[in-house]
Write a protein that binds this ligand. Structure first.
Ligand SMILES: *Cc1c(COP(=O)(O)O)cnc(C)c1O
Length: 376
C-alpha cells in the first residue's frame, strides 16, 4: 500500500447503504403499517405473498417468521415425522438440519461437489432407505443444486423434494427459479439475505394447494376458524411490517441481483491467476452470489492480510453440520464427508453486496494479489 493511499473499510455487506438507497419507499412502507396497525399478517403480508409467489413462479407463498420455520412447516406439511429420514448435505447452515430434527425426523447426509459446494447427486441413491421420505437440497451461496437429477431420483423413489432456497432468491436452474422446482421451496428473509426483512422473516413457496393450505393453518396455531385448533400448530406468522418492507425490496431485487452478478464477474477477472480458487457458476444456472466464496489452502494468512487492510471476510462454514457438537447424537465422525470437511478448511467469503463500488472491488482484489499467498 502506498503511504498516502487512504485505506477503505470494506464490510462483508452494507445494510445501511441499502437503506439509504431506498429510504423514502421504506419509510413510507413502515409508516403505512403503523397507521393501519395490522402488525401480524394482514394486507401487506397478503400482498407480499402474491407478489413473491409470482416472482418465484409458483402459485402460492406463505409468509412466516423465519426460514427455519419455513423448512419446519414444509416437512410437517409433507407428513414427515419420527422414524422418517430426510436426505440433505452436511455443508450448510445448521437451520437445514435443525428443522429436520424439529419435525422428529433424522437427517441423512450425502457429500457435496467440490466445485459448486452443492449436493453430489451421484451419492443420493445409495443414501435412500425404506425410511427415506424427502430430499432437501440446499442452493448454497446463491447457486441452485442439480435439480434435474434430484427430481428424477425423487420421483423414481416416491420422495418429496423440499428446496432450501434461503440463500438463492431469484436464482435460476435451466430458466426456472429456485424454490419453484421441488414440491416446496423455503426462503429466509433474515436481514443479510439477498432479500432481507427488517427483522426475521421467511416463506414457503409451492404450487400444491393442499400443502399451501396445511402450511397456512400450521403457521397460525392450527386454526381454520379462530380458536378451533384442527392441528397442533405454531406461532410462525409473518409480521405486517416485514411484509410491507419486503414488498418494497422485492421491487429492487432484480437490479440488486444483477449488481451482485456484475461484481462477481469483476472479481472473476480481477482475481484470475491470483492463486486462489474462484467460485464456479454452472452454465445452465443463474447464480445470485449471496456469498462470493474463494478457496485457498492458506486461508488463515490471507484472512489476516485482508483484515490488516480493513477488509471483512467470512467463513461459511468452519465446521460441517455432521461434526457439530449439537448433532453428536447422529454419530457421524470426521472422514464421513471429506469434500464438505475440506471445504470447511479452505473457504473464504469476500465482501459482495449490490452497493459495492468498482474501486472497492479493485481494492479487495489488489489486496489478495499483493498478499501472494498462492497455492503454486
Ligand atoms: C439463513 C438460512 C436458513 C435459516 O433462515 P432463518 O431465517 O435464519 O431461520 C436456512 N438455511 C440456509 C441455507 C440459510 O442460509
Amino acid at each position: 500500500m502506498l503511504p498516502n493511499a487512504k485505506t477503505m473499510m470494506i464490510p462483508l455487506l452494507d445494510l445501511k447503504a441499502q437503506y439509504q438507497s431506498i429510504k423514502q419507499e421504506m419509510d413510507a412502507a413502515v409508516l403505512r403499517v403503523l397507521e393501519n396497525a395490522q402488525f401480524i399478517l394482514g394486507p401487506e403480508v397478503a400482498a407480499f405473498e402474491k407478489e413473491f409467489a409470482a416472482y418465484i413462479g409458483a402459485s402460492e407463498a406463505i409468509g412466516l417468521n423465519s426460514g427455519t420455520s419455513a423448512l419446519h412447516l414444509a416437512l410437517l406439511a409433507a407428513g414427515i415425522g419420527p422414524g422418517d429420514e430426510v436426505i440433505t448435505v452436511p455443508f450448510t447452515f445448521i437451520a437445514t438440519t435443525a428443522a429436520i430434527v424439529y419435525a422428529g425426523a433424522t437427517p441423512v447426509f450425502v457429500d457435496i461437489e467440490p466445485a459448486t459446494f452443492n449436493m453430489n447427486v451421484e451419492q443420493i441413491e445409495a443414501a435412500i432407505t425404506p425410511r427415506t421420505k424427502a430430499i432437501m437440497p440446499v442452493h448454497l451461496f446463491g447457486q441452485p443444486a442439480q435439480m434435474d437429477a434430484i427430481m428424477r431420483i425423487a420421483r423414481q423413489h416416491g420422495l418429496v423434494v423440499i428446496e432450501d432456497a434461503a440463500q438463492s432468491h431469484g436464482a435460476e436452474y435451466k430458466g426456472r427459479r429456485a424454490g419453484s422446482i421441488g414440491d416446496m421451496g423455503c426462503f429466509s428473509f433474515y436481514p443479510g439475505k439477498n432479500l432481507g426483512a427488517c427483522g426475521e422473516g421467511g416463506a414457503v413457496v409451492t404450487s400444491n394447494p393442499e400443502l399451501a393450505h396445511k402450511i397456512r393453518i400450521l403457521r397460525d396455531w392450527g386454526c381454520e376458524k379462530k380458536y378451533i385448533h384442527e392441528l397442533k400448530g405454531y406461532n410462525y406468522r409473518m409480521e405486517g411490517m416485514q411484509g410491507a418492507v419486503l414488498r418494497v425490496k422485492l421491487r429492487h431485487l432484480e437490479a440488486w441481483t444483477e449488481a451482485r452478478r456484475a461484481h462477481a464477474a469483476q472479481y472473476q477477472s480481477l482475481l484470475a491467476d491470483s492463486g486462489v480458487t474462484l467460485p464456479v457458476a454452472l452454465p445452465h444456472v443463474r447464480h445470485v452470489f449471496h456469498v462470493y466464496t474463494i478457496r485457498t489452502k492458506n486461508r488463515a494468512a490471507l484472512r489476516a492480510e485482508l483484515e490488516r487492510a480493513e477488509i471483512q471476510t467470512g467463513i461459511h462454514y468452519p465446521l460441517p453440520v455432521h461434526l457439530q457438537p449439537a448433532h453428536a447424537d447422529l454419530n457421524y465422525s470426521r472422514g464421513g464427508f471429506p469434500v464438505a470437511e475440506q471445504a470447511c478448511e479452505e473457504v473464504l467469503a469476500l465482501p459482495i453486496y449490490p452497493e459495492m463500488t468498482g474501486a472497492q472491488l479493485e481494492y479487495v482484489a489488489r489486496t489478495i494479489r499483493n498478499a501472494a499467498v498462492t497455492e503454486r
